[in-house]
Write a protein that binds this ligand. Structure first.
Ligand code: ADP
Ligand code: MG
Length: 678
């Protein structure tokens, strides 16, 4: 029974048990599944196999007395010559003068450190008298946070394996082991802690990674299935002809991608399942138009709809365009934090009476005081900005409404598969006809005079420009100071017929509103802004986007900003002012100038930044794996997903005895973590 607590392991007393608990290790199983974070390799290699600048272990005979030189208090450098395969190697050690007595001429030593191929020199980090330990050349290194000594920990793991090896049960059905040539669970765990050779560590990890990913995907697929089975009766019987009519009255034809997504969503509405769908599409690809249509469909089914967006500006903007669109089709209202008092009370009353068909707002939509008469469909824009609890609260308001999440941050496929594994995904991967790709340039700040002339030229043709200054995260004050300075600078340097506006986070909503409105009316031709314009602002007449300190933004964020222009059939431009220091930064700027496809950018961003940074740590909501890396192990992830789908779809867990272990494991997991559908 590996579920027993760690004190059942011989040699683990109360003190050690307590220490283990601080590492979240309570049971034997926890201990066995606490994997090393890396391995040190003390395998001696012949000189001709060593790689410059990498870690190496060599074995040889000391020739000549070590020489120690001191520089500064407690700082020393020891130099000794060692003969390895007829070659004299120079070994250097810092601040370890005491080693001198161990490294006397004629002694055999094993040295590990960084190898310098050009100087035939090794900078030693680890040495040992005598020959290398051929028994255990590969040493696992655990992140023990200095709670437990590594040797103590390893001893405990060793003893745990002695006692419980036979109790580690296989959970993958045999056919998987055979098909993918995977180690069995016992041996994999043993190899991970006590590797016999590097190849075996690799194989053991490969097995455990597959297990990790399969279990995760099974959980996701199971949740999805439960979700489908759970809700009956929310079939929204919308009125097809009315919907068609609504679409025909739009000022444009839907793109094929919009039509496809729309039909996927409408199918969800009509079906008894509760919709749990993500609509991905580049900025300007027409997601909001699709949202409007499905919210209307919901109205024709006798229900109310809600559109929840991250900022008040965006709520206002959507509200304006929805009021126009729905003039003859429904009653649209706005609810934000700044609507207060009597006005608010009346609004809430109308909502409860069912007089409001569509409610648009920010987080204000999910406060306790808000009650819908009959909430049918919820659209959440920029969904990754909302926390799990907010989604849950909103959902709890209705009678299990259909929910559509929209995002203009194209999520790379890898992430969509993992973090949204329990969602259906629709994708608008096509821009409305006639859009020209935005031309993007990367320049240094010294080019500013030319940029200003370019802006003037565009404005003389009747167009408008955005100038974005970076968000200085450490200090909102500096941030605003920056924006204000830039604003003044542009005011004085640009042609005095050009009006410049300023938008930043310190302005009141009213002030923001006024500036936005002036910009939308082309009373202001240049808008200097901090990243507040990032989300969703729609001014089709703007053709130039200038981003200061572009290297401080993520690719996806830059792409979002760029999406503020190019919203009509006029050629638009994006100018990135950046002086990145490192290679990655330069690479990112280069990618921006070459790619206008958001999905492609997202993939590249992910590759450069890693998944943890992709959405920003807090919001990532990404599952944490012990071994698997969703970028690197992408192929395994896809395989696991397909396998999980087959297992759930064919109901193997219920019906096939070979899947018994997997089934119990999953049941336990779902119960323990009390995973909710959100
Ligand atoms: P998103 O929400 O994906 O950023 P929007 O729905 O706001 O995109 O659409 C961006 C702009 O394109 C809006 O002005 C909208 O009216 C227009 N638009 C949407 N769909 C089409 C289409 N199929 N053809 C032409 N213009 C469209
Ligand atoms: Mg439904």
């Amino acid at each position: 029974m590996i579920e027993r607590s760690v004190d059942n392991i011989k040699g683990v007393g109360p003190a050690l048990q307590e220490q283990l608990e601080t590492l979240n290790i309570f049971t034997v199983e926890d201990l066995l599944f606490f994997f090393p974070s890396r391995y040190d390799n003390y395998q001696v290699k012949p000189l001709n196999e060593l790689i410059h600048d990498e870690k190496a272990t060599i074995e040889g005979e000391v020739i000549g007395e070590p020489i120690v030189t001191y520089y500064g208090p407690k700082k020393s450098r020891l130099t000794v010559h060692v003969q390895v395969e007829q070659v004299v190697i120079k070994a250097i050690m810092f601040n370890r003068a005491f080693a001198k007595k161990h490294l006397q001429p004629g002694e055999m030593v094993t040295l590990t450190g960084k190898w310098d191929q050009h100087r035939l020199q090794i900078t030693v980090t680890h040495y040992k008298k005598g020959q290398a330990n051929v028994e255990e050349p590969i040493q696992p290194v655990y992140s023990l946070k200095q709670v437990i000594k590594s040797t103590t920990f390893k001893k405990a793991v060793h003893q745990a394996l002695e006692q419980y090896y036979a109790d580690i049960v296989e959970i993958l059905p045999d056919e998987f082991l055979t098909e993918y040539k995977l180690l069995n669970r016992r041996d994999a765990i043993k190899e991970i802690h006590f590797p016999s050779e590097f190849e075996m560590v690799k194989q053991a990890k490969r097995r455990m990674i597959y297990e990790e990913l399969l279990l995760f995907q099974l959980k996701m697929q199971q949740l999805r299935k439960l979700n489908r089975e759970r809700t009956t009766g929310n079939s929204q019987q919308y009125h097809q002809e009315k919907v068609t009519n609504f679409i025909q009255l739009l000022p444009f034809e839907l793109t094929q991608a919009q039509q496809r997504s729309l039909s996927e969503i409408l199918t969800d509405l009509k079906s008894p399942y509760r919709m749990h769908r993500l609509l991905q599409g580049d900025v300007g690809s027409g997601k909001t138009a699709v949202a409007a249509i499905i919210l209307y469909a919901s109205i024709t089914a006798g229900n109310q709809g809600a559109l929840m967006v991250p900022t008040e500006i965006l709520a206002e903007q959507h509200y304006q365009s929805f009021v126009g669109l729905f003039a003859d089709f429904g009653n649209v209202e706005l609810l934000t934090g700044s609507i207060k008092g009597k006005k608010r009370k009346e609004s809430l009353q109308r909502l409860q009476n069912g007089q409001i068909d569509i409610l648009i707002g920010t987080h204000a939509l999910i406060q306790d005081e808000v009650h819908f008469a009959k909430l049918g469909t919820v659209v959440v824009d920029e969904q990754h900005r909302f926390g799990v609890n907010q989604r849950k609260a909103l959902r709890a308001k209705g009678m299990d409404p259909d929910v559509l999440f929209m995002t203009a941050t194209p999520i790379p496929r890898t992430l969509a598969i993992t973090s949204y594994g329990d969602m259906d995904v629709s994708q608008i991967d096509q821009m409305p006809i006639g859009r020209k790709p935005i031309e993007t340039f990367w320049v240094k700040e010294s080019m500013l005079p030319r940029i200003l002339r370019f802006i003037e030229k565009e404005i003389n043709q009747g167009h408008q420009a955005y100038v974005i200054c970076p968000l200085i995260e450490e200090s909102e004050k500096l941030d605003i100071q920056n924006a204000v300075e830039l604003y003044h600078q542009l005011q004085t340097t640009l042609d005095n017929k050009i009006n410049v506006g300023l938008l930043h986070g310190r302005l009141s909503n009213e002030e923001k509103e006024i500036v936005m409105q002036q910009y939308a009316n082309n009373e202001l031709q240049v808008l200097v802004a901090t990243t507040v314009v990032e989300v969703g602002v729609n001014v089709p007449n703007a053709t130039v986007m200038v981003v200061y300190d572009a290297e401080r933004f993520g690719l996806s964020q830059l792409h979002q900003l760029r999406g503020r222009v190019g919203r009509s059939d006029v050629q638009s431009y994006c100018i990135l002012i950046a002086d990145p220091k490192g290679d990655i930064g330069k690479e990112r700027m280069r990618i921006m100038t070459e790619t206008t496809n958001g999905f492609e950018l997202a993939e590249q961003d992910l590759e450069l930044r890693g998944p943890g940074d992709f959405f920003g740590k807090k919001q990532s909501g990404l599952p944490e794996f012990q071994l698997a890396d969703i970028v690197h192990d992408y192929r395994a992830l896809e395989t696991a997903r397909n396998d999980a789908q087959t297992i759930i779809y064919d109901e193997k867990l219920e019906n096939d005895p070979k899947y018994q272990a997997l089934k119990s494991y999953l049941e336990k997991e779902l119960m323990e973590k009390s995973t909710s559908l959100d």
